[in-house]
Design a binder for this molecule. Structure first.
Ligand code: NAD
Length: 260
């Protein structure tokens, strides 16, 4: 349990981020839920977590493609809660295309949201974590932070970058009570992957089940998706006291993908 801590989870209105926000709230954390929109449904996620788990939870709009908004998310969270003890850099997008035709604006957006946002939020969070002598930064990287696949140049570059950033921050903060690690999921069935299933099924002219088994889960030896709850569990572990000496490393939750 991380009772009484305050956690900021970027990109937490859907998929893995939402499951992490829920898990941390269940452990007694106050939670800042984030995305780039500002709808009633966004705010309802935070109020739902607060009600269900008896914690303080709010929704803060911030676009993780914008450096100032990344930093402001953390700064406003510190103002509101007095601290950001746990920072989960989760926001991410995908685009699949060969490198020679990869749209420049998609490259820029993926590098900004999947990599640079973690630099900006961490830079904003570290001074207060350092002076408190306690902090946890968990970056949701990917098996693609450790391995490549064709047609995912921006994503693979960004996720390898996140793993490098994770190691560097860990070294800068070693011995100060602040850890920085990366969780590397294999395929998890979320809206981000649903789009890929639809696209690949259409391209290959295959049904959904065959596409999942033979194409999407081709590299995942378990042939099973990891669940958002499993990613949340691994993340919560890295935020625990048991993980105090785990820093600068990657925790794969990928059904054996990166063992090969
Ligand atoms: P998702 O599409 O379900 O959720 C992404 C979240 O990020 C959403 O809440 C979305 O609103 C938010 N987001 C998108 N752009 C944003 C922006 N500019 N500013 C703020 N928030 C923004 O995706 P997911 O599958 O849950 O992915 C979450 C993270 O996990 C990503 O970093 C992704 O790369 C990583 N990941 C996912 C898988 C997988 O198989 N699903 C595997 C490995 C890694």
């Amino acid at each position: 349990r991380q009772a009484g801590r305050t956690a900021v989870v970027t990109g937490s209105t859907s998929g893995i981020g939402l499951a992490i926000a829920e898990r941390l709230a269940a452990g007694g954390c106050n939670v800042v839920v984030n995305s780039f929109t500002d709808t009633e449904a966004d705010h309802a996620i935070a109020s739902g977590l607060a009600e269900k788990h008896g914690v303080d939870a709010i929704y803060m709009r911030a676009d993780m493609s914008k450096p100032d908004e990344c930093r402001a998310l953390v700064e406003k969270s510190i103002e509101r809660f007095g601290a950001v003890d746990i920072l989960i850099n989760n926001a991410g997008i995908q685009h699949v295309s060969p490198v020679e035709t990869f749209p420049v604006e998609k490259w820029d957006a993926i590098i900004a949201i999947n990599l640079s946002s973690a630099f900006h939020t961490s830079a904003a969070a570290i001074p207060a974590m350092r002076s408190a002598g306690w902090g946890r930064i968990v970056n949701i990287a990917s098996a693609h932070g450790l391995r490549a696949s064709p047609n995912k140049s921006a994503y693979v570059a960004a996720k390898h970058g996140v793993v490098g950033l994770t190691k560097t921050i860990a070294l800068e903060l070693a011995g100060e009570g602040v850890t920085c690690n990366a969780v590397c999921p294999g395929f998890v069935l979320t809206p981000l992957v649903e789009t890929q299933i639809d696209d690949r099924a259409r391209e290959a002219g295959l049904d959904r089940e065959t596409t999942i088994r033979d194409i999407i889960l081709e590299k995942q030896p378990s042939k099973q998706f990891a669940t958002v709850e499993q990613i949340a569990g691994a993340t919560a572990f890295l935020c625990s006291e048991d993980a105090a000496q785990i820093t600068g490393t990657t925790l794969s939750v990928d059904g054996g993908w990166t063992a090969a």
